[in-house]
Design a protein around this ligand. Sequence first.
Ligand code: 13P
Length: 258
Amino acid sequence: MNKATRKAIIAGNWKMNKTRPEAKALLEEIKPLVANAQDAVEVIACVPFTNLETALAVTEGSNVKIGAENVHFEKSGAFTGEISADMLTELGVEYVVIGHSERRQYFGETDETVNKRTLAALQAGLKPIVCVGETLTEREQGITEEVVAKQTKIALMGTCEKCIKNVVIAYEPVWAIGTGKVATPEQAQDVCGFIRKTIAGLFNQEIADGITIQYGGSMNAANCAELLAKPDIDGGLIGGASLKAADFNTIVQAAVNG
Ligand code: 13P
């Protein structure tokens, strides 16, 4: 299948940034800039829980979709500090980032909990953006493919063929996140292509050809075009550069033109 038939998705991951007034201002700035992407590229802002309601109100009627940055896997109960998938869908949230390396590194997230969160999100009607990626040590040890295959396979365990169409995979090499050390377009393409092959093995080629695979890790206005031009890179998950409207828009426009 040709890349052009897959949905290109540019998503900002704001991480722990922006108060509500700041979120409102940034989204007001982003909205008109990316309005032309409407049919070509899905534009998403994944924002802190406290900004969701504001972000949804500000983007209502626009082509900017809103995502959360995490979700708990239980439906409800004694899980102090957690947010359920139903709570997100009730707000009108469409996407959710799951298994980001910062959650794996700092908050004890494992492949198993990533799988549980993915299934819970899908069941509630959310579209999960599932993050996978190797550390620098793992790359140096030559085990990138093993690591990424294991993460992808466990994350998608028990996902039905119908649901998988709502899953987005984000390949984010840990060593490239927030470091300014971007993967080369070739390195990113190799792993994104490998992830697609892994999904073909889990499901079938048609499903693998239809799934959106993003690259994330120091993607910015200067390097995005080369990355997005690669055949298996269907979009980006953007941290730092998503906090600047002009830079985020440059990435969206590169996807529109790519
Ligand atoms: P940076 O773009 O800041 O490297 O962050 C990438 C990321 O972690 C997106 O989820």
